[in-house]
Ligand binder design. Sequence first.
Ligand SMILES: [Zn+2]
Length: 131
Amino acid sequence: MSESLKLWDCPTCGFTFDADHQDIDPVTGEGNGNHTCPLCELAEKDEIITSLQEQLREANESAAHWACKHHADANRFQTQNRELAEKDRMVTLLAEENAAYDQEIAQMNQLIADYEAEALKRGDSNAVQKD
Ligand SMILES: [Zn+2]
């Protein structure tokens, strides 16, 4: 029994293999007479993998760049927030000081009013000078 082996040569890379290894028709599940070179298929997959790795590298770079920019922005916002908090604190302190002054003024006004009332009681109209 001398069955001659039919070979198929890949026109792209020259790899030779048993012509019985045909592409399988997805509908019939039978060989469809076409051939796909396993070496070329592998090279194609390698190319896809390389391309995907390149895309992934670019995406990572872009993400790293974004993260870096975001980090810088976050730092800037933190600085601004610190400055705003400092100004808030100053405004609060000034408001407290103003309230203290207001209280002192109210006390002085009260003293003046008391003094005027006393002077009026004594009939001393010169004690209070009014313009
Ligand atoms: Zn090939």
